[in-house]
Design a protein around this ligand. Structure first.
Ligand code: ZN
Length: 102
């Protein structure tokens, strides 16, 4: 497909872009690869690492001893993600029925 003269049509749903690119945008914006993460910090039921460069957080699996999941500056968001992730992991064995509660 050839791009002709549609340059003025740059109206993308910004919210959608912001959501899908959050992880990538963070390092672009901050210029940080989060290569220097702190030792895991324990908070309630969760462990996470904090980037020494920019302060972003990421969940940490103590059993596997590695970080996982998305990066976020908002720990609450990571916890929410983890909860959903954990429920899914357990759920696919125990629960076979799907509930569509938002
Ligand atoms: Zn970083």
């Amino acid at each position: 497909m050839i791009e002709t003269s549609k340059k003025s049509r740059w109206v993308w749903p910004l919210g959608l872009i912001a959501t899908s690119l959050t992880g990538a945008a963070v390092f672009v914006f901050r210029g940080c690869w989060h290569s220097k993460m702190s030792w895991p910090v324990r908070s309630e039921d969760y462990s996470y690492q904090v980037c020494m460069g920019c302060g972003i957080k990421r969940l940490f699996d103590e059993k596997a001893f590695r970080s996982y999941g998305p990066y976020s500056y908002d720990l609450q968001r990571l916890m929410a993600w983890e909860r959903a992730h954990r429920v899914k992991a357990i759920g696919h064995e125990a629960v076979s029925q799907q509930r569509s509660a938002s």
